[in-house]
Design a protein around this ligand. Structure first.
Ligand SMILES: Cc1ncc(COP(=O)(O)O)c(C=O)c1O
Length: 447
């Protein structure tokens, strides 16, 4: 009997398996600090990363298409980012005062991102979307936020309604009723948005993940973002573009620059920091002014958005952010990442065709997604696309891991500007082997 995917995974990862009980002793669920890091029978434990590669505690090497949850457009440990961190390290980690690296970082953001007249740094992408919603509410004096089924905006309370199917049940327990009542979840449909905006005059903003839900797992129809812009303008509602994924990746100025969109606010994180914790909200001067203190005690106490955060614009994150954005600004990394992603998607489609499996491959910019169950996702809604059987997804990721490739989620990934054609071709061999193993185990059906 040939070794199964699961048996190969267990055989190749004795060190990770040995550490797992200790993880379970300390962390609820055993996966460390994030729901997505939980895996069956245990997750691989990573030791280091360099360029396009990760190495785990057993010495296994991976071509990485996860790239720090899409934060590393420049790859792991890019020399310029490492140098910036090394230079910054002895000068102090946290000043809690304005500092020049923060100023330079803010200027870089405002120069690169079209809608950014003003920027506020925060601690993460989730904090960015949370602050953006508060700013929209404060600016309009209205209470509700419209969001789209299955779009991911982080884990805070206001991001939980509608982020997972079934969309009428929040993605987490522990979310107060009051929060649920202040978030309207819609299918990504402009008519639905127009009806909602016309019938409810308590709407502050509409937040949209620029790529479509979960970095494009559920692609948006062409013209959708422009339609949201038109309607939000028409009804005086703040358009928030969540560029935590697309920011600096779709182009140096993000998706908004690439397609010429003019959101009121945008949220950023990931590539923004060069791979350290952090995020930002940026937008028009007029709207961002709701955060400003004026010195008028009545205004500052009663008429403005309060915002804090010890580690906002932390000096190490500002240093690595500046180093990364300097490189990002040239557009070369994005151009290479997009080209490599296209090479990968084309190669993956050839493999799917060769094995005649019911699967399809898609993705924009430097992303790729594999959907198991159909040869096309045409007409599929978020509920269907987000509902692939977990055993198939797990087997796919593990079949790749044992062949030296890792993904961002179980069935999709992102590329960097340092992936090479040789990396892609080597990865495609691993994908070929993974599809074959899945066919052999009867996990995927023929189309
Ligand atoms: C589109 C989008 N928004 C917000 C977030 C939350 O960012 P963070 O994980 O930094 O809190 C993410 C994270 O993946 C994201 O993809």
């Amino acid at each position: 009997m040939a070794e199964t995917i699961r048996e190969a995974y267990i055989r190749k990862n004795p060190g990770s398996a040995e550490l797992y009980p200790r993880f379970k002793d300390v962390f609820p669920g055993g996966g460390g600090g994030h729901d997505m890091r939980v895996a069956e029978p245990f997750p691989i434990c990573i030791a280091r990363g360099q360029g396009t590669r990760l190495w785990d505690v057993d010495g296994n090497e991976y071509i990485d298409f996860g790239l720090g949850s899409a934060s590393l457009l420049l790859g792991h440990s890019h020399p310029a980012v490492v140098e910036a961190l090394v230079q910054a390290a002895p000068r102090g980690s946290q000043f809690s005062h304005p500092h020049e690296a923060e100023l330079e970082w803010g200027e870089r953001v405002c120069n690169l991102v079209p809608c950014a007249d003003k920027v506020r740094f925060v601690g993460s992408g989730a904090e960015a979307t949370m602050l953006s919603m508060r700013v929209a509410r404060a600016y309009t004096g209205k209470e509700k936020i419209v969001r789209w089924e299955s779009h991911y905006h982080g884990w805070h309370d206001y991001a939980m309604p509608g982020s997972l199917p079934p969309f009428d049940v929040p993605a987490s327990t522990g979310v107060p009723r009051g929060v649920m009542d202040s978030v309207i979840v819609l299918p990504p449909d402009l008519d639905a948005l127009e009806r909602t905006l016309a019938n409810d005059n308590n709407i502050a903003g509409v937040i949209t993940e620029g790529s479509g839900a979960s970095y494009g797992t559920v692609p948006l129809k062409s013209g959708f973002l422009e339609g949201v812009r038109k309607l939000t303008r028409q009804y005086n509602v703040v358009m928030i573009l969540d560029e935590v994924i697309t920011g600096f990746r779709w182009s140096p100025g993000g998706l908004q620059q690439k397609i010429g969109l003019d959101p009121d606010l945008c949220t950023m994180a990931k590539i923004l920091t060069g791979g350290l914790p952090g995020g930002a909200v940026a937008g028009s001067d007029e709207i961002m002014r709701v955060i400003a203190q004026t010195g008028d005690s009545h205004h500052d106490r009663f008429q403005r958005v309060s915002h804090g955060g010890t580690f906002n614009a932390n000096s190490y994150a500002a240093a690595t952010g500046n180093a990364a954005l300097k490189i990002v600004a040239t557009g070369e990394m994005q151009e290479t990442a997009d080209r490599m992603a296209e090479r990968l998607r084309v190669g993956l489609r050839e493999i799917v065709d060769r094995y005649e499996v019911a699967a399809c491959v898609y993705g924009d910019s430097s992303t790729f997604h594999v959907y198991f169950g159909a040869r096309s996702i045409e007409g599929f809604d978020a509920g269907t696309l987000k509902d692939q059987p977990l055993d198939i997804q797990n087997a796919f990721r593990q079949a790749l891991q044992v062949r030296g490739v890792d993904l961002m989620s179980r069935t999709s990934g992102v590329l960097s500007g340092v992936h090479t054609e040789a990396d892609i071709d080597r990865s495609l061999e691993a994908f070929d082997g993974a599809f074959k193993a899945m066919v052999d185990e009867g996990l995927v059906s023929h189309s």
